[in-house]
Design a protein around this ligand. Structure first.
Ligand code: DGL
Length: 273
């Protein structure tokens, strides 16, 4: 069992932020990544649809024999909260580890949260922050266009469209004097340079991908599920839309070409047990 892969899923490329960190934290683990690129974005869909998609994504990973599932998606983690009880393997989303890191990081008690519309409407991060410290003031802002920017490879901080979109969404949070900002959608760390340049050094960005990778590593360790095989792990990617589009942006973000490890999967025809 310990040699089985860790399954990670997202609506698209965003979960790569968690996959990249997981490989750093647990270099001997095998990883199976699923990006539902044919149905991205999730963040503007109804609760019912998000839950259905999330269950199908998790079922696909289970069919690959994974030993743990990470919903590396702020939207799924905020809306499909029943997954924790439903799945036969350990599971984590991104909200709890990320909220907890933000509470530890803030000095002035003013935390901003950005995410998809579904995430912000759910109030998931805000609830987790206030559960930990009710004196903190939380400012929320949905930034749906960030997902489209990332999925279309607009990720450079020097790109005019990226800069303008960042300014448009984050101006009010900047005015509120936050000292910590939760990147509550896993797509957002991919444009963190642009976000950081706009907000300045005084604002700490909390990367949901990184915090979740650390949290998942703790869960595996506590359950005795870490891979005992001390050779570098492998990473396999599955996407529901074209391999080429995913590989292109993945290469910019991961700094290496992974196209030979990416396969297309049609979820409707996948053999799911
Ligand atoms: N990366 C996802 C999230 O963390 C989903 C973005 C989307 O599909 O709208 O929310």
């Amino acid at each position: 069992m310990s040699e089985n892969a860790i399954g990670i899923f997202d609506s698209g490329l965003g979960g790569l932020t968690a996959a990249k960190e997981l490989v750093k934290v647990l270099p001997h683990e095998n990883v199976i990544y699923f990006g539902d690129t044919a149905r991205v974005p999730y963040g503007n869909k109804s609760r019912k649809t998000i839950i259905r998609y999330a269950e199908q994504d998790a079922d696909f990973l289970l069919s690959k024999g994974v030993k743990m599932i990470i919903a590396a998606c702020g939207t799924v983690s905020s809306v499909a909260t029943q997954l924790n009880e439903e799945l036969p393997v350990p599971f984590t989303g991104v909200v709890i580890p990320t909220a907890s890191a933000a509470v530890k990081a803030t000095r002035n008690g003013r935390i901003g949260v950005i995410g998809t519309s579904a995430t912000i409407n759910s109030g998931s991060y805000k609830k987790e922050i206030l559960r930990r410290n009710s004196d903190i003031t939380v400012f929320q802002q949905d930034c749906p266009l960030f997902v489209s920017l990332v999925e279309n490879s607009f990720i450079s901080k020097d790109d005019g469209i990226v800069r303008l979109t960042v300014e448009r969404y984050l101006a009010s949070l900047k005015d509120q004097g936050i000292d910590t900002l939760i990147l509550g959608c896993t797509h957002f760390p991919i444009i963190s340079e642009a976000i950081s340049e706009y907000l300045g050094d005084s604002v700490t960005l909390i990367d949901s991908g990184r915090e979740t990778a650390l949290y998942a590593a703790e869960i595996l360790k506590n359950k005795g599920l870490l891979n005992k095989n001390e050779v570098p792990g492998s990473c396999r990617y599955y996407v529901s839309d074209t391999v080429e589009d995913f590989s292109k942006t993945a290469e910019i973000f991961l700094g290496k070409n992974v196209s030979s490890e990416v396969s297309h999967i049609n979820l409707e025809h996948a053999v799911i047990h």
